[in-house]
Design a protein around this ligand. Structure first.
Ligand code: FAD
Length: 419
């Protein structure tokens, strides 16, 4: 078998790349080691930049109210205290002036459209195992398909690693990576939505504690509770009722919904990692999404950036196909186009992790002070929101802005947000 492009991994990045290439008439094979579309709960916030991409792929209209929940306001609240700040997506230009919360729906829509494209194939239960080389050049991939004894070889002009943080493609292409595992991960559960929580998400920040409550389709709420990855067993050992009591103590409205939580099996642990690599392209190979640049989820952009990578790479692949040049040089414009935004978001997410996850009084004090400062300052709030919404590649706040947000400098333009 011979294709233009072989993609390992059908997560957010791989599925979008497969679809974008198929819509351009490029022959593409996407191999996914899972036996079918993801069924594990993974609440996803589709930010405005992701909505723009889905519109370009003619998929946005498929995201009906049954499968996505629009959320306009995100309230940051001090645990045991007052509201600190509200980020209102209504400040952003229409029609992308809201976030959409989905439960794997986007993923399912993407994966259901892919096999319908004449030039695309999606193989589930197919694990990327290695790179084929001919005269030292990348020539395709080796795959192990579920239920088959021997491996399958597929010739391809370009191999793309969209296989996540632990990318095997990255290793096979010889791209070194720095993989950093964050101390904190998240426990995630899907619960009935408490009354009065419509179109508004709550994000509680405390001393070494975070609880996010995001309205989800079907009158439900996705609850994310930060935990030390090493302490999950100890937390489980304390019992489910202790965990539920803690969540109820943070938001009393969750007491009733938590009655539906009867087993730890309803709670999924999502660890967090950051990946840095000094190159995303080599001759005949490229990385997208978490394989190239996983980031802390505080950015709320990991999946969106994987999708943005896919769109940018698809455009470059179109040119490579015309010229027959699949060299690192020919692919480099993809990396040049994408790196600034990705690196800005990685740094921003790390800064947020440093302050938001903090337990010591100094950082907590500064964090709360900056939230309050942002709440009073429409200009800075707009700038911060455009980063989370994926609408900018430059840092949202300069050092002067940070001093103003923390209330150490006055801001004469505080009420000047673009309309
Ligand atoms: C708690 C938490 C909350 C998050 N919230 C958000 C959010 O709200 N918004 C957002 O944009 N991002 C969010 N993210 C980040 C987001 O989940 C990731 O950045 C995104 O999934 C990356 O997409 P990807 O396609 O690069 O990789 P993945 O989604 O990890 O997909 C990789 C795929 O490759 C497959 N694979 C792996 N190895 C092989 C192999 N050898 N052969 C074949 N297939 C293979 C895997 O099975 C998988 O399907 C969050 C992350 C966490 C941890």
């Amino acid at each position: 078998m011979n294709v233009d492009v072989a993609v390992a991994g059908a997560g957010g990045g791989g599925a979008v790349l497969g679809l974008a290439l198929a819509q351009m008439g490029v022959s593409v094979l996407v191999v996914e080691r899972q036996p079918g579309p993801l069924t594990v709960l993974r609440g996803e916030t589709i930010q405005p930049n992701g909505q723009q991409i889905l519109e370009r792929l003619s998929l946005l209209s498929a995201l009906t109210p049954e499968v996505v929940e629009p959320v306009q306001r995100f309230h940051f609240i001090r645990i045991g205290g007052e509201r600190l700040c509200t980020m209102d997506y209504g400040m952003l230009p229409e029609p992308y002036n809201r976030a959409l919360v989905a439960l794997n729906a986007v993923h399912h829509v993407l994966l259901s459209r892919l096999p319908a494209q004449p030039s695309a194939q999606l193989w589930y239960g197919a694990e990327f195992q290695g790179i084929l080389r001919k005269n030292g050049r990348v020539d395709g991939i080796v795959i192990r398909r579920a239920g088959e004894q021997s491996s399958t070889e597929v010739q391809a002009s370009l191999v793309v690693g969209a296989d996540g943080t632990g990318s095997l493609v990255r290793r096979a292409l010889g791209i070194p990576a720095e993989v950093y595992r964050y101390r904190h991960g998240y426990l995630i559960a899907l619960l009935p939505r408490p009354e009065g929580m419509c179109g508004e998400a709550r994000y509680y920040v405390g001393r070494g504690e975070l609880l996010g409550l995001f309205p989800a389709p079907g009158d439900r709420v996705v609850a994310l509770f930060m935990v030390e990855a090493d302490a999950v067993d100890a937390l489980r050992a304390q019992g489910l009722s202790a965990f539920k009591s803690r969540v109820s103590a943070i938001d009393a409205a969750m007491t009733k919904p938590l009655e539906s939580l009867t087993s730890w099996e309803q709670v999924v642990l999502l660890p967090c990692a950051r990946v840095r690599t000094d190159r995303w392209v080599v001759d005949g190979g490229a990385l997208i999404g978490d394989a190239a640049h996983a980031m802390n989820p505080h950015a709320s952009q990991g999946r969106m950036q994987a999708m943005a990578d896919a769109m940018a790479l698809a455009e470059v692949i179109g040119r490579c196909r015309e010229t027959g040049d699949w060299s690192a040089e020919a692919l480099a414009s993809y990396e040049r186009a994408r790196r600034p935004q990705v690196e800005m978001l990685q740094r921003l997410a790390d800064e947020q992790t440093f302050f938001w996850n903090a337990a010591d009084p100094v950082r907590c004090f500064l964090r709360d002070r900056v939230f309050r400062g942002l709440d009073r300052n429409a200009r800075l709030r707009y700038q911060a929101l455009t980063a989370t919404a994926g609408l900018r590649a430059t840092p949202p706040l300069t050092w002067m802005d940070k001093l103003m947000a923390a209330g150490f400098l006055p801001d004469p333009r505080a009420d000047q947000a673009p309309v």
